[in-house]
Design a protein around this ligand. Structure first.
Ligand SMILES: Cc1ncc(C[n+]2csc(CCOP(=O)(O)OP(=O)(O)O)c2C)c(N)n1
Ligand SMILES: [Mg+2]
Length: 514
């Protein structure tokens, strides 16, 4: 066995059997070691943003980390934006970044860089395996860090000589992840007292609180206490649809977010942070809470949220049954294709247990309104605001859940960042339907130009915000990467296309001209 074999054995001993990869010369011994492991599924991404975004989507659905394989500092740097999104989602992830052999590093060969410094801002843990004998224990440390609390990003830098040198070091025992922090009884009592004092109270949640059993319990608490229950603006994973609690999210648009909390006297946080604006806008507050609003941080992201919610229920009592959304969909509109028509079509046609990956930016703002009664599904959002996550996230979710339909709600500008992910969907025969909202512009930025008080777009601004000259041909882009695709520009045509896409398996893309 060499160090790279020891790395693979340690990953497998911990149930990590999927590796999203984009390798280079310094990782060739890791590639060869993976090659000796038929239990390991290796998935190639044609850009590192696809690799890290797919690992994020995978982790959210598999509830365990994937490994990634990244090539030195530049490969890691290409993957950082989606590592940022994964870090915000608290997705567990074990990145393996190759580095030169230790003897080669002082020579300052062209690909040499400060990998640690690149990794640190997007990682919860950074470590180096400098010798083959240390690879097992370092890998176990990385896995422990990835599985600590709600989940973390671990980046293990693997020197080429640590990978190729023979070792007789044993495979470490499987890592026992640190248990999530038990709920703090004093904080639970404080939340329960606040919920009983008659003031207007919002319970703001994310993370595990958005799984169906926890959301049901929270809804019963909300009924009993008269509080309002909401999800934070962006959530890693939310179980919603018919038979589940119909939760709303804090809106992105600042005036809407401010209005959401205008009447709130108390805020109870469960896994979530107090709401702030995505950006600063001149003359507007950064906090979305009115002055004097009391904030009760009942449980943090790393706490055992199901236990905390159960403890809260013990203090407050609960209504006898949760209010669950009934199956149903609004009537399908006709005529020109709009984002709302797309949401309604999905409410009609989405199969049971679908996974919806949302990077629809402006086009998805009202998606919830029409889909509370859709078939039950998981809803995965862009958690860190770094666009270019949607196609990779859908790819990773489909690798994690091969028996479930994955539906990507994809804004066109964002889709172009990591469009290569479509090729991975074709190569892996993944059951993903990508709906591209082809508005042919960075629509959100047209709004933000005005919102920050920078005026209306002239020629230069339009050249930075519009995508219409030339218009992207998504049908040919997808086709060129092996993904079948079609275009719709009316509600009727979209409905028919979506129906046929839902009835077949394998990757498909619909260019929805909105
Ligand atoms: C990595 C990264 N680069 C740039 C931005 C700034 N940005 C935010 S939204 C956006 C364009 C969104 O356009 P599109 O995806 O087409 O969505 P639309 O606004 O049209 O709905 C850009 C460039 C960002 N958020 N992340
Ligand atoms: Mg757009």
């Amino acid at each position: 066995m060499n160090g790279a074999d020891l790395l693979c054995e340690t990953l497998l001993a911990n149930g990590i059997d999927t590796c999203f990869a984009n390798p280079g010369t310094s990782e060739m011994h890791f590639v060869a070691a993976l090659d000796r492991q038929p239990r390991m599924r290796c998935v190639l991404g044609l850009f590192e943003g696809v690799v890290t975004g797919a690992a994020d989507g995978y982790a959210r659905m598999a509830e365990k980390p994937a490994a990634t394989l990244l090539h030195l500092g530049p490969g890691l740097a290409n993957g950082l934006a989606n590592m940022h999104n994964a870090r915000r989602a608290r997705s567990p992830m074990v990145n393996v970044v190759g580095d030169h052999a230790t003897c080669h590093l002082p020579l300052d060969a062209p690909l040499t860089s400060d990998i640690d410094s690149l990794a640190r801002p997007m990682s919860h843990w950074v470590g180096r395996a400098e010798a083959a004998d240390a690879v097992g224990s370092r890998t176990a440390e990385a896995i422990g860090a990835a599985r600590a609390g709600a989940g973390g990003i671990a980046t293990l830098i693997l020197h080429a000589d640590a990978a190729w040198t023979r070792t007789s070091a044993p495979v470490p025992a499987a890592v026992v992840p640190a248990a999530p922090a038990a709920p703090d009884p004093a904080r639970i009592r404080a939340a329960a007292e606040a919920l009983r004092n008659g003031k207007r109270t919002t319970i703001l949640v994310t993370g595990r609180a958005l799984r169906a059993p926890q959301a049901e319990m929270l809804d019963r608490i909300a009924q009993k206490t008269g509080a309002r229950l909401m999800a934070q603006q962006a959530n890693a994973r939310m179980q919603r649809g018919a038979g589940r609690v119909a939760l709303d999210r804090v809106p992105y648009v600042i005036d809407q977010a401010l209005a959401t909390f205008a009447e709130t006297e108390q805020l109870v946080l469960i896994g979530a942070n107090a709401p702030v604006g995505f950006f600063a806008y001149p003359g507007k507050p950064g906090s979305m809470l009115p002055e004097g609003c009391r904030v009760i941080a009942m449980a943090g992201a790393d706490d055992d949220l199901p236990a905390a919610i159960a403890a809260l229920a013990g203090e407050t009592g609960m209504a006898s049954a949760p209010r669950l959304a009934e199956r149903g969909a609004p009537d399908m509109p006709g005529g020109a294709l709009t984002p709302d028509a797309i949401a309604v079509a999905l409410a009609h046609l989405m199969p049971e247990n679908a996974i919806v990956c949302d990077e629809s930016v402006t086009s998805g703002r009202d998606f919830f309104r029409s889909t509370h009664g859709a078939a039950p599904h998981d809803f995965l959002q862009l958690t860190g605001g770094s666009i270019g996550e949607g196609i990779p996230m859908a790819t990773g979710a489909a690798v994690a859940c091969p028996d479930r339909k994955v539906i990507g709600l994809q804004a066109d500008g964002s889709g172009m960042y990591t469009v290569q992910g479509l090729w991975t969907q074709a190569r892996e025969r993944l059951d993903v339907v990508t709906i591209v909202f082809a508005n042919r512009l960075y629509k959100i930025l047209h709004g933000e130009l005005q919102n920050v008080g920078a005026g209306t777009p002239g020629e230069n601004a339009r050249r930075m915000l519009d995508l219409d000259d030339p218009a992207l041909d998504w049908v040919r882009i997808a086709g060129g990467m092996g993904v079948e695709a079609a275009r719709a520009d009316t509600a009727e045509a979209f409905f028919d296309l979506l129906r046929s896409a839902m009835s077949r398996k394998g990757p498909f893309l619909i260019e929805a001209v909105v």
